[in-house]
Design a protein around this ligand. Structure first.
Ligand code: 4AD
Ligand code: MG
Length: 432
């Protein structure tokens, strides 16, 4: 991959050796005949010790010329040192400057969020942002492993679609060679087709919603993983969702200890995320709100604060099922025991991090589904292919979507989803 330069994360294999590291200057400080540099290479930080006795004159005086984020190559001998960041220290022999950086806009002090977001392309170099995005990567990896190890087939859903999945108010419309197309809100409808072809499937990709509200949980472009299983009912779906979420959380706890420490995430609550998760009906959730003196209109959907009140009753994620059909999407199957309710489930993360999963059992009856499409004022033409799935061997089936950014926010203990994705997109931000 790279022969000449050692990565900081590999220093453990080079104790006592002379190596060259290549990276950027994170910080420097001096104390008389010695100065210290903190080198960052993306895999870690290491302290270099530059002693007047050990290096050439121009290397020793370099301290005054190199600025924060100057790119450089540092050659030295690797030593272990418990007090140094990462546990290693480099006794510097030589330094080569690649480029002296201009005055860096992100100084090592506090900045406002808007300023940092405008400099997101640089901000991702800093330890907290770096740790968050590394945890995101581990979450993505664990998601793929979970489904791949259980025999699910990955089926990619299209980004351009002719059909609405999650309501007409959040559609991004685009011109498509003389007709119109939408950016996908969810791959679900395609996963239903795929489940009939492969039995158990998932898709994982970006999804788009023109969210016009300014909240800490909504992006206009976010990533979702969506499993779908043929012949699975709502209970099977909840079993899968809780096994899945437990798996992700436990993977991050074992593999990303260092990053969680950088973020100062209190992991005791995450350690409790073990099956079984509580399951309550919408009606039971409403009763919780009433008991907590929340002013709540019967039959309404839960808002962010309602979700927080409900989730705070439990020490692990809670699954709320059977919402009123009237406030849910057209594709949800009616509860045969109460036709005003849908066989759906939302999973609310603990500690008030909000809804991370939405899903349920799908309507599999052709007549009912056509009626629903009509009631929702959706054009049947765009759903012809979808209705075919109810014509040719229709079966009960279920699935759900887990939002990656909200999951990252929860596991990292972040109040806002904007830091959970490398380059966030919101109504107010399409830069950098
Ligand atoms: O509950 P939602 O809307 O469900 C669906 O899209 C289903 N079609 C999925 C399925 O059954 N296959 O969205 C699923 C999850 C939410 O629980 C949330 O975690 C996330 O996607 N999500 C968002 N995340 C960030 N910004 C937004 N604007 C989001 N909207 C939904
Ligand atoms: Mg939802």
């Amino acid at each position: 991959m790279r022969k000449e330069y050692v990565f900081v994360e590999d220093l453990i294999n080079h104790v006592g050796d002379e190596v060259t590291l290549a990276g950027w200057l994170y910080n420097k400080r001096s104390s008389g005949k010695i100065w210290f540099l903190l080198l960052r290479d993306g895999t870690g930080l290491v302290q270099g010790v530059v002693s007047k006795k050990e290096v050439a004159e121009d290397v020793f005086t370099m301290k005054d010329r190199i600025t924060q984020e100057t790119s450089l190559k540092v050659t030295g001998v690797v030593n272990t040192d418990d007090r140094a960041p990462g546990g290693f220290e480099l006794w510097v022999k030589d330094i080569q400057v690649v480029q002296v950086a201009e005055e860096y806009p992100i100084a090592l002090k506090e900045h406002g969020t808007d300023f940092l977001m405008d400099h997101r392309h640089l901000w991702i170099r800093t330890p907290r942002q770096n740790a968050t995005l590394r945890i995101r990567h581990e979450i993505v990896r664990s998601i793929r492993d979970f489904y791949d190890n259980r025999g699910f087939t990955l089926v990619d859903a299209p980004i351009f679609t002719p059909s609405v999945c999650e309501g007409t108010t959040t559609l991004f419309e685009t011109e498509y060679f003389g007709s119109k197309a939408y950016l996908t809100q969810s791959g679900q409808l395609y996963m239903e087709a795929a489940a009939m072809a492969f039995g158990k499937v998932y898709c994982f990709g970006p999804t788009f919603r023109a969210e016009k509200s300014k909240t800490r949980r909504h992006l206009t472009e976010f990533w979702m993983v969506e499993p779908e299983v043929a012949y699975a009912n709502l209970d099977d779906n909840m079993d899968l969702a809780e096994e899945f979420v437990e798996y992700i959380v436990q993977r991050v706890l074992t593999k990303k200890k260092e990053e969680l420490e950088i973020l100062e995430r209190d992991t005791s609550s995450l350690e409790k995320v073990q099956q079984p998760f509580p399951r309550i009906s919408y009606d039971e959730a409403v009763a919780i709100l009433k008991n907590n003196q929340v002013d709540f209109a019967d039959g309404a959907d839960f808002g962010g604060t309602d979700e927080t009140v409900i989730s705070k009753q439990f020490d692990r994620p809670v699954m709320v099922h059977r919402y009123p059909a009237a406030i849910k999407a057209f594709y949800m199957k009616e509860d045969p025991k109460d036709s005003t309710k849908a066989l759906c489930v939302d999973m609310l993360a603990p500690e008030g991090y909000g809804e991370i999963i939405g899903g349920g059992q799908r309507e599999d009856d052709l007549t009912v589904l056509r009626r629903k499409i009509e009631q929702h004022n959706l054009p049947e033409e765009a759903f012809k292919w979808y209705l075919d799935l109810r014509r040719y061997g229709s079966v009960p089936h279920s699935g759900f979507g887990l939002g990656i950014e909200r999951t990252v926010a929860w596991l990292c203990g972040l109040q806002h989803v904007r830091e959970t994705i490398p380059f966030p997109r919101t109504m107010y931000r399409n830069y950098p």
